[in-house]
Design a protein around this ligand. Structure first.
Ligand code: GUN
Ligand code: ZN
Length: 440
């Protein structure tokens, strides 16, 4: 790596990151772990990752070394599906998807017509991501263009690698929350123009789902995405049985839910479909063939009673899977907690999720789904230095249990069941400290 020596900094701790999909690679080749490791960061990028004994002798004497005894450095987590305007509906009691949307979510989203409200919520939201160790996310705004301006302004100020979009929704929603084909197109195009190339931000064309967009609006979304090869497509699919039958009524000619999106050019290598709990093998294989990805949101699926996603089925069909919190249907910002929830969903479905596979979903696979794995997702030299310092002694129970872990995989599993934001000691964005649990 080239760069000014003054910006070089080394961090000594355990080091762990993923290199390959544990579904496909032998476990020992899927990750790299150094019990005593050294991460070298230069100009916001990873310059070296390896064993302390190998890397330290290559450093000049001026390179500062910060040591985190007993801690583990990992890449930042990637949240593959989350709604920033839903922070105020987390933990809403008593309903399933369609009722939950109308009773809790749509009223909360109406408040985002007000820029001051959006600014306050965006700041709270991003700070929650950082304190939970999430350094990248794919985020729903609301139908209001200004909701995305507020989020991007706040993410730019924090230098986060974040992808977001304005919701497209021209039917089956309250009047204050709908756009039209033309205003949806104009606002989406304006946001792409305004934010392209700024900081580490990206845009996602964001039709909410097939229930709330007309065919004409989905066609517009597909056309806008085709005209801008750098943007993602982000929507929901096959989450809830009532939703699926509603889509069948609205689009009677479509072969299945995926086909609705495919007809309008929305199934592409840049597409991320949240949930897919009830997707058939055939649909998952078509998604895989198109290079599209799934965001698995176990906390949301459990709380809304949507169903049990089968990771084994998705892997078998060859589709890329990221992990999403789906705040506010999901009830935690923590990707380690989602890893634990994914494990529990697997247990209920007779599938035992390997801890390193769960860690892969929360890091490198999420980055692949969001098409940012050339920049983040692990700590390979040259990537952006978005990393975490994890504290396995954050609570008495975690400390006691982690002390008896025989392997790093076992430690990661214990973290996924017992950990929360207290286990995130520090969060770094492009080599700069962005959150410290102790305020230091
Ligand atoms: N489907 C359409 N909109 C939403 C939403 O806001 N949350 C979830 N979980 N599913 C959806
Ligand atoms: Zn969602």
């Amino acid at each position: 790596m080239t760069g000014r020596a003054g910006t070089r900094h080394a961090y000594r701790a355990g080091l762990l990151h993923m290199l390959a999909d544990p579904c496909q690679a032998p476990a020992e080749q899927a990750f790299a772990y150094h019990q005593d490791g050294l991460l070298v960061v230069e100009d916001g990028h990873v310059a070296a990752f390896g064993a302390y004994t190998d890397i330290f002798p290559t450093l000049t004497s001026e390179t500062p070394v910060t040591t985190f005894p007993g801690k583990l450095i990992t890449p930042g987590f990637v949240d593959a599906h989350i709604h920033y305007p839903q922070v105020d509906v987390v933990a809403a009691w008593g309903s399933q998807l369609l009722d939950w949307l109308h009773t809790h979510t749509f009223p909360a989203e109406q408040a985002f017509a007000d820029r001051a409200h959006a600014d306050e919520a965006a700041a709270f939201f991003l700070n929650q991501l950082l304190r939970n160790g999430t350094t990248s996310a794919l985020v729903f705004g609301t139908v209001h263009k200004t909701s995305v301006d507020a989020l991007f302004d706040a993410a730019l100020a924090r230098n986060m690698r974040l992808i977001a979009g304005k919701v497209l929704m021209d039917r089956n929603a309250p009047a204050g929350l709908t756009d039209t084909v033309e205003t949806g197109r104009a606002d989406t195009e304006a946001l792409i123009r305004a934010w392209r190339g700024r900081g580490r931000l990206g845009y996602a064309v964001t039709p909410r789902f097939a229930v709330t967009s007309s065919g004409a609006q989905l066609a517009m979304a597909g056309a806008v995405a085709a005209a801008h090869p750098d943007v993602l497509i982000h929507t929901h699919m096959s989450e809830n049985l009532e939703e699926i039958s509603r889509v069948g009524e609205l689009f009677p000619d479509a072969r299945d839910y995926l086909d609705v999106y495919a007809r309008y050019g929305l199934v592409t290598p840049r597409s991320v479909f949240a949930h897919c709990v009830h997707a058939s093998d055939d649909a998952l294989r078509r998604m895989a063939a198109a290079g599209a990805s799934v965001a698995f949101c176990p906390s949301s699926n459990l709380l809304l009673g949507s169903g049990l996603f089968s990771l084994k089925q998705a892997c078998g069909c060859g589709v890329t899977v990221g992990l999403g919190t789906d705040i506010g249907a999901g009830a935690s910002f923590s990707l380690p907690h989602m890893m634990g929830e994914a494990y529990k969903v697997g247990q209920l479905g007779g599938e035992t999720l390997d801890p390193m596979h769960a860690f892969y979903l929360a890091t490198l696979s999420g980055a692949k789904a969001l098409r940012i794995d050339d920049k983040v997702g692990n700590l390979a030299p040259g990537k952006e230095a978005d990393f975490l310092v994890l504290d396995f002694a954050a609570t008495p129970l975690l400390a006691r249990r982690a002390a008896s872990a025989a392997t790093v995989a076992e430690k990661i599993f214990i973290l996924s069941i017992l950990g929360d934001d207290r286990a995130i000691s520090r969060t770094y964005l492009a080599g700069a400290l962005a959150h410290s649990r102790d305020g230091a």
